[in-house]
Design a protein around this ligand. Structure first.
Ligand code: 5AD
Ligand code: SF4
Length: 443
């Protein structure tokens, strides 16, 4: 039998992007090869996100588009996985009867078996059970030729139950992977040419909490710091309540740990933080930022913020803006609060009106843009180390890469530099990127 073609459409976070890569590797063993044209696929997988209602709506409209493809080629299989599948499995099958398989967040490794249960005239298959040990966290696919950067899942799930968040309900409890398994994987990535690893988890700071005597997160970073060939270590996401003094020390002590931390704060008012069940105060957060900057003055700090959480007053919102003024984040991902099924905030009183949420988001984003510009301009004149990722999207004569602080830099250079670490003097700063000049010698 010839190769079957697989098209994967991914919504949502880096975790989902990585899950899709894993699934592509699992299905490659079953004879599927990837295509970027859904109309020629034998199997379409939609990997969904449910973090905000907008993400969920996008999934429904995409499924509508695939319904037309299926009516033209009845042999096409459509599978839906990820957070929305976990949350609304039955409802998805009811509104999208052309879907053959719905699989949950713990089911990646079972997808081939589940697909084999999809008979041409049988009903759809639904499997969203949680498992004690998720088999698919280890990297299954060798990196693509020329790739320099890879994700490594170190843990999955979340135990924090922030009042607005569906993740703990949809990805289950925290599970850390054994340190030795992670290290073996990173060594093999380094041997295949990977120079940068991004450690993934909902709350990487509590890595190892369930396995006393094993490595904790700073311990894991120190070990990865010894792996030959790995020039850069990144991680995401951190919870401010679990940011330890030892992790802060790692920024100074581990050469390959990049000077960037994504530390979602979510709100600047203590009243809102308490209602969100975040487990820290604004003062504690400000103190963490200070300690990070004392130890590592050039560190980039990025964050997530939610506006219009139930009960957020004008005064609370001003506290958020004030916190931003004090910190001046390098970048901020900001969202209007979106009510989610099954979360504690859903039934909270004093919802904030949609117009107020939109207005607050606009004000907050304008302030952040000015801070991003200001922080980016601080780089002008500096020589930064850039890991070259590829050709720039806007001009084929330009290359693109990132600084250790995770800022995008475009610069004129030849393609042979892709995958290398070069030095660039930063000449110009924009909102979303920097422009650099290649320094000689190149590496
Ligand atoms: N509404 C709005 N934003 C949310 N996030 C998580 N849940 C919600 C919600 N219900 C945001 C948080 C989190 C990021 C990944 O998404 O800021 O850090
Ligand atoms: Fe959601 Fe909070 Fe867990 Fe992050 S830490 S995944 S926001 S519950």
């Amino acid at each position: 039998m010839g190769k079957r073609r697989l098209y994967i459409r991914t919504f949502g976070c880096q975790m989902n992007v990585h899950d899709s890569e894993q699934l592509a590797a699992i299905l490659a063993r079953e004879g599927y090869e990837g295509t970027d044209r859904p109309e020629e696929a034998d199997l379409i997988v939609v990997n969904t996100c449910s973090i905000r209602e907008k993400a969920a709506q996008k999934v429904y409209s995409e499924l509508g588009r695939f319904r037309r493809l299926k009516s033209r080629s009845p042999g096409l299989r459509i599978a839906v996985g990820g957070c929305l599948a976990q949350q609304r499995g039955r409802e998805l099958l009811a509104v999208a009867p052309h879907v053959d398989l719905v699989f949950g967040t713990h089911q990646l490794a079972s997808v081939p078996k589940l697909l084999s249960h999809c008979e041409p005239d049988g009903g759809p298959v639904l499997e969203t059970a949680f498992c004690d040990r998720i088999e698919s966290l280890a990297i299954l696919a060798p990196p693509l030729p020329g790739a320099v950067s890879a994700y490594v899942t170190i843990m999955q799930g979340c135990d924090n139950f922030c009042a607005y968040c569906v993740v703990p309900h949809l990805r289950g409890r925290e599970q850390s992977r054994p340190g030795q398994e992670i290290l073996a994987e990173i060594r093999s990535l380094a041997e295949s040419g990977i120079r940068e690893v991004t450690l993934l988890g909902q709350n990487v700071n509590s890595y190892g909490a369930g396995t006393p005597g094993g490595l904790d997160f700073p311990g894991l970073i120190r070990e990865i710091g010894q792996v030959e060939g790995i020039e850069r270590i990144r991680f995401t996401t951190s919870h401010p309540k679990d940011l330890s003094a030892d992790l802060i020390r790692c920024f100074r002590e581990v050469d390959s740990l990049c000077e960037h931390i994504h530390l979602p704060v979510q709100a600047g008012s203590n009243r809102v933080l308490a209602r969100m069940n975040r487990g820290y105060t604004r003062e504690a957060y400000l103190d963490s930022v200070q300690r990070l900057r004392n130890d590592c003055p050039d560190i980039s700090i990025t964050s997530d913020m939610i506006v219009g959480f139930p009960g957020e007053t004008e005064a609370d919102f001003r506290e958020t803006l004030d916190l931003m003024e004090k910190i001046r984040f390098d970048n901020l991902f900001s969202f209007k609060y979106s009510p989610r099924e099954g979360t504690a905030a859903l039934t909270m009183k004093e919802p904030v009106a949609e117009e107020v949420r939109s207005e607050r988001l606009k004000i907050l984003q304008a302030l952040q843009d000015s801070h991003t510009q200001e922080r980016n301009r601080l780089s002008i004149g500096r020589v930064e180390e850039i890991l070259v990722e590829g050709v720039s999207r806007t001009s084929s004569r330009h290359l693109t890469g990132r600084t250790r602080g995770n800022k995008i830099v475009n610069f004129a250079g030849e393609e042979r530099l892709i995958g290398r670490t070069v030095r660039c003097r930063i000449a110009q700063a924009f909102l979303h990127s920097l422009r650099g000049e290649l320094q000689l010698p190149e590496a």
